[in-house]
Design a protein around this ligand. Structure first.
Ligand code: ARG
Length: 456
C-alpha cells in the first residue's frame, strides 16, 4: 500500500520502489514507531481529537502488531515504503477507520525524526555501558601492572620510563571523555519533534508537551521547521563515535606492535588471535587490526551525514532518509568492535620482563642522568650536553648508562660520583615521577581510584 493514494493513477515502478524504500534498514525501529504512535493516539484522545474508542482500538491494534513482529508471526513486508507505512497499513487492515485516524496531526516527517531519536537513545546507552566495562577492565589490568616498568615512546623512539599500568590508564582518560561526549550528545538529542507535523505544525489543538513527556523526552522542540529538518544529533553522535574509534584504533595499533616479536610486550589469548593458512608459526592479532580498519567505516559514516545535510534547504528532504544507514552502521560497528575488544583485552597477558628489557636498553634514563647533574648544581643545558656525550660513548662501546664505568662518567664531567647509578636506576626513575598525572606506581594507583569513581 502506498500512502499517497488519491493523487496518483499508478503504483510506483517496482525497481524504483526498491530504490525509494527504506524498510530494509528502518524496520529495526518498529518498536519505537509503535511507542510513538501510541503516545500520539493517547494525546489525540486527551485533546478530544479522536474518540476514546478509537484510541483503545489503536492501542490494542498496535500492541498486537508489536507482539506478532516479536514472536515472528508477522513478517514486515520488504516492499513497504518504510516501517511507518507498513505499521499504519497493517493497523488499518486490522481495525479499519480508527487506524486511518492515527495519522491526524502528524506526518512521517516528524514521525521519522521521533523514531530515530527514540532508537538512538538505546544505542547510546548500550555503547555507554560497554565503555564502562572496558574502563573497568583497564583499571583491573593497570592495578596488576602498576609497577611494570616499560619504555614510554615519542616518535616511536624509547624516551622515558613509564609503567604498563600508567600506559593503560592513559586510555581510560580518553574513554571517559568518550562517555561524556555520548552522554552530552544524548542530552541534546532528547527533545521531541513529534507534533511538528510535515513542517508547519497543525491547526488541531495538540499537546506536544504531553507526548514529549510520555515518551521520556526532556521537552518538545520549539520550532516546527527545525524539528523535522534537524539531524545534528546524528552528526554529533557519529562524531563522538568517530573520536571513540580513533582511540580504539590507536590502542589496536599498539597491541599489534606489542604482539610482534620485535616488542613481545603482550600475548593475546588464542581465542582472540588467528593463524595463517600457510605459515605455521604465525599468530596474528586480526581482531586488533580489524578494529583499526573498521575505524574508517565510522569516519565514513560521519562524512556521509555531514555531506548529506550540508546543502539541504528547510525542511524535510528525502536525502535525509540516508541518515539511518549511516548512523546505524556507526553504532553497529562500534558495538561490534567493543564486543570483541573488551574480552580480547581482558584475556591479554602482559610480559613485564620483555618490557623491562626494552626499557633497560633504550637510554630512557638519560633525562634522569642529566637531572642528577642538575642536582649537583650544573645548569640543565650543560647537563643535557654532558649526558648526550655519555650516550654517544655508550653506543660506541656497546654499553648502557648502567654498565658504563664511573671513570668514563667523570672524564666527561667531574660532578659525577657513585650516586649516579642509584639516580638512573629504572625503578627509582619511575618511582620518582610523582608529578600530577605521572607514572609513579603510587600515582597510578590514585589514578585508578579516581577513574573508578568517575566510571560508576
Ligand atoms: N522513510 C522516510 C525517511 O526515512 C520517512 C519520511 C518520509 N517522508 C516523506 N515525506 N517522504 O526519511
Amino acid at each position: 500500500m502506498q500512502l499517497w493514494q488519491g493523487r496518483f493513477q499508478k503504483a510506483l515502478d517496482p525497481k524504483t520502489n526498491d530504490f525509494n524504500s527504506s524498510v530494509s534498514f528502518d524496520s529495526r525501529m518498529y518498536k519505537e514507531d509503535i511507542d510513538g504512535s501510541m503516545a500520539h493516539a493517547a494525546m489525540l484522545c486527551a485533546q478530544g481529537i479522536i474518540s476514546a474508542e478509537d484510541q483503545v482500538q489503536i492501542a490494542q491494534g498496535l500492541g498486537g502488531i508489536r507482539a506478532e513482529i516479536e514472536n515472528g508471526t508477522l513478517e514486515i513486508d520488504p516492499n513497504a515504503e518504510d516501517i511507518h507505512t507498513f505499521i499504519e497499513g497493517e493497523l488499518t487492515a486490522r481495525i479499519g477507520a480508527a487506524g486511518k485516524r492515527l495519522h491526524t496531526a502528524r506526518s512521517r516527517n516528524d514521525q521519522v525524526a521521533l523514531d530515530i531519536r527514540l532508537y538512538l537513545r538505546h544505542t547510546c546507552d548500550a555503547v555507554y555501558a560497554q565503555l564502562t566495562e572496558l574502563i573497568e577492565v583497564l583499571c583491573k589490568k593497570a592495578e596488576q601492572y602498576a609497577d611494570a616498568v616499560m619504555p614510554g615512546y615519542t616518535h616511536m623512539q624509547r624516551a622515558q620510563p613509564i609503567t604498563f599500568g600508567h600506559h593503560l590508564m592513559a586510555y581510560t582518560e580518553m574513554l571517559l571523555r568518550d562517555k561524556e561526549r555520548l552522554a552530552d550528545a544524548k542530552k541534546r538529542m532528547n527533545v521531541s519533534p513529534l507534533g511538528a507535523c510535515a513542517l508547519a505544525g497543525t491547526t488541531y489543538p495538540t499537546d506536544r508537551e504531553m507526548t514529549a513527556h510520555d515518551l521520556g523526552f526532556d521537552g518538545a522542540m520549539q520550532n516546527s521547521l527545525d524539528s523535522v529538518s534537524d539531524r545534528d544529533f546524528c552528526i554529533e553522535l557519529a562524531s563522538a563515535l568517530s573520536i571513540l574509534m580513533v582511540h580504539l584504533s590507536r590502542f589496536s595499533e599498539e597491541i599489534v606492535l606489542w604482539c610482534s616479536w620485535e616488542f613481545k610486550f603482550v600475548e593475546l589469548d588464542d581465542a582472540f588471535s588467528t593463524g595463517s593458512s600457510i605459515m605455521p608459526q604465525k599468530k596474528n592479532p586480526d581482531i586488533a587490526e580489524l578494529i583499526r580498519g573498521k575505524s574508517g567505516r565510522v569516519f565514513g559514516d560521519l562524512t556521509t551525514l555531514l555531506t548529506m545535510m550540508k546543502g539541504l534547504p528547510l525542511a524535510y528532504n528525502k536525502d535525509m532518509q540516508e541518515d539511518k544507514e549511516a548512523i546505524f552502521d556507526a553504532f553497529d560497528t562500534v558495538n561490534m568492535c567493543l564486543t570483541a575488544f573488551i574480552p580480547m583485552l581482558d584475556t591479554m597477558t602482559a610480559l613485564p620482563e620483555n618490557m623491562r628489557k626494552a626499557a633497560a636498553g633504550g637510554f630512557i634514563n638519560a633525562t634522569d642522568c642529566a637531572d642528577y647533574l642538575v642536582s649537583k648544581g650544573l645548569p640543565f643545558r650543560d647537563a643535557y650536553k654532558a649526558t648526550g656525550e655519555l650516550v654517544a660513548l655508550c653506543i660506541r662501546k656497546g654499553l648502557t648508562l648502567e654498565t658504563l664505568p664511573l671513570t668514563e662518567y667523570t672524564a666527561v664531567c667531574d660532578l659525577f660520583d657513585e650516586g649516579v647509578y642509584a639516580a638512573i636506576d629504572l625503578d627509582k626513575c619511575v618511582r620518582g615521577r610523582t608529578s600530577l598525572g605521572g607514572p609513579a606506581p603510587e600515582n597510578v594507583r590514585k589514578q585508578i581510584e579516581r577513574v573508578r569513581a568517575l566510571n560508576r
